[in-house]
Design a protein around this ligand. Sequence first.
Ligand SMILES: Nc1ncnc2c1ncn2[C@@H]1O[C@H](COP(=O)(O)OP(=O)(O)OP(=O)(O)O)[C@@H](O)[C@H]1O
Ligand SMILES: O=P(O)(O)OC[C@H]1O[C@H](OP(=O)(O)OP(=O)(O)O)[C@H](O)[C@@H]1O
Ligand SMILES: [Mg+2]
Length: 284
Amino acid sequence: MNLKLAIQKSGRLHEDSIKLLNDCGIAVKSSGSHLRTVADNFPLEVYFLRDDDIPQYVEDGVAHIGIVGENVLYEKEKKAAIIEALGFGKCRLSIAVKKTDEYGTAHFLQGKKIATSYPVLTQKFLNENKIDAEIHEISGSVELAPGIGLADAVCDLVSSGSTLFMNGLREVQTILKSQAVLVQHDSLGEDLLKIVGQLLFRIRAVKRAKNTKYVLLNAPNDALQKIISLLPGMKSPTVLPLADSGWSSVHSVLNEDEFWEKIEALRDAGAQGILVVPIEKMIV
Ligand SMILES: Nc1ncnc2c1ncn2[C@@H]1O[C@H](COP(=O)(O)OP(=O)(O)OP(=O)(O)O)[C@@H](O)[C@H]1O
Ligand SMILES: O=P(O)(O)OC[C@H]1O[C@H](OP(=O)(O)OP(=O)(O)O)[C@H](O)[C@@H]1O
Ligand SMILES: [Mg+2]
């Protein structure tokens, strides 16, 4: 039996979705003109779809799991449970106005026209703020709308902000923060759940490794205690004697977030010859 996974056919999430599967040791090739493919070495069949359709496929169980942005998942209001945040496709759904407009609060939008591809999420935001505004739904090039007199404001995805800037717009309010997530159909049989579990185990090992570095350093023995106290390791750091007596080699793992801070502290404590290498998988 194969687990059926829906991913984006082409676009912002496509490559990262394929890369995640490949990093998990699952041999799946990019779509080309094929709309489905079967992995060589894992019980997985992949469907390549428009991202908008993925929540419906998963709700219906046509696909057992899917990779989709939270923005699309919440907009479509389909029954598909998030089982893992994937850490890519990070963006936000924001309100933007002409850069010369004084926004102040959301009440600026009262009686105005808002262009968006996200009518459900935009309407929710307006309701929460008790604002009556007209929503003009368009499926792309949303940022063009205010400049050509089609709308007063937009509600669209933002990442670097360069599309807004290039179109004379200014982000004024974020209504949703989003990333790609793995979603699951709500009633899978035992056999399929077992495969989902195996896939999740691999995904978590890959994610953990991405946030972690392996560090090797040399330390004079009299600085060892201080250096060990700075290094967490998976259990505790590995300490090996060097050929040169009075010195040891210390191996450990470091979290990406605290990396630079720790490296400086290690150097100050007397560490030398610090090597930092990426970790491919990390199983705890
Ligand atoms: N600028 C961005 N930076 C990061 N992630 C983004 C950005 N824009 C969109 N995303 C995320 O990637 C998803 C897919 O974006 P894309 O622009 O490829 O969608 P699309 O044009 O609707 O594609 P499709 O043809 O599949 O319908 C979005 O729903 C969002 O979750
Ligand atoms: O803040 P930025 O980094 O400029 O990114 C934001 C843009 O990215 C997305 O569009 P995309 O480029 O995916 O094209 P699309 O409109 O064809 O989906 C989104 O709809 C914005 O237009
Ligand atoms: Mg789409």
